[in-house]
Write a protein that binds this ligand. Structure first.
Ligand code: NAP
Length: 267
């Protein structure tokens, strides 16, 4: 039996991609699953009548939405065992051309959304000796060109979670983050361009990437076994390792990788 059976799992950003796959995989493991997103009509329709799914419309950039979401979960199921901070957006633009509002929006969703939900859920998670997880990225270990706001937000998320893990060391609660590699989802389609508009296309062949379902399995296995952090792909592991040992070489390799993407702003 899964360790998540009967537990209350909260997932932010579950209307598509990895979050939606986490919802489906958590249900299969017997959890009661509370999810939020700004666009909830699809999930509401798909899981209507499923008493193990609680869906709430919330924008994680708004502190009050996060508070109301977590309070609603507490009211419905009495506590939280696992919080997965997954809601996130990306960007693709040269910093010199990027409107400052883009960087702020990335921080608001990826970092502040994590801080708000974690803050409102933390006392329940401590009392249940539960888990706080963050869906980070290789960009949280290695600054990526044209993703200044994205990397900044994921570095901030990891620093926040590492501090919290250390603070909670003797409480029985656990804190972790996971760093997927490129995973098929909507993230590149809705990545912000320099003016804050949506990129509207992906530079990658999404069919060749890890699926969101595979990614969700790795994340939930990691939550169940209380991993400290997970770097999911060989490319990701190599990047993190290379960056530690040969940072100047990593600059060059990372630059060339992103320069070779279709329509790269680095060209
Ligand atoms: N896919 C990858 O290659 C990849 C790689 C590394 C890390 N990640 C991370 O994985 C996480 C999930 O991304 P994904 O790839 O699954 O992308 P996705 O398909 O675009 O899903 C992102 C989810 O976040 C939600 N979201 C965005 N802004 C929000 C807001 N302000 N309030 C509430 N929810 C919000 C979206 O819902 P609404 O738009 O309905 O609000 C959606 O459900 C992100 O943190 C991302 O950084 C992804």
């Amino acid at each position: 039996m899964s360790k998540l059976s009967g537990k209350v799992v909260v997932i932010t950003g579950a209307s598509s991609g990895i979050g939606k796959a986490l919802l489906e995989a958590s249900l299969k493991r017997g959890a009661r699953v509370a999810v939020c997103a700004r666009n909830t009509s699809g999930i509401m329709a798909e899981f209507q009548g499923n008493e193990n799914v609680f869906c709430y419309q919330a924008d994680v950039t708004k502190e009050s939405d996060c508070r109301n979401f977590i309070d609603a979960v507490m009211g419905k199921w009495g506590g939280i065992d696992v919080l997965i901070n997954n809601a996130g957006i990306s960007m693709r633009a040269l910093f010199a051309q990027t409107d400052i509002s883009v960087i702020k929006e990335l921080m608001d969703v990826n970092f502040w959304g994590t801080v708000y939900c974690t803050r409102f859920a933390i006392n329940s998670i401590i009392s249940r000796r539960g888990v706080v997880a963050g869906v980070s990225s290789i960009a949280g270990y290695r600054g990526l060109p044209c993703r200044t706001g994205y990397s900044a937000s994921k570095f901030a998320m990891q620093g926040f979670l590492e501090s919290l893990r250390t603070e909670l060391l003797h409480t029985g609660a656990h804190v972790m983050w996971v760093s997927p590699g490129f995973t098929a989802s909507n993230i590149r389609n809705v990545a912000r361009a320099a003016d804050g508009g949506i990129q509207g296309e992906t530079p990658l062949d999404e069919k060749k990437l890890m699926t969101a379902a595979q990614c969700a399995t790795i994340i939930l296995d990691g939550v169940e076994s209380r991993k400290r952090s997970i770097v999911m792909t060989a490319q990701g592991k190599l990047t993190v390792w290379m960056n530690k040992l040969f940072p100047a070489l990593a600059d060059k390799l990372v630059f060339n990788h992103f320069k070779n993407e279709p329509d790269s702003p680095l060209k």
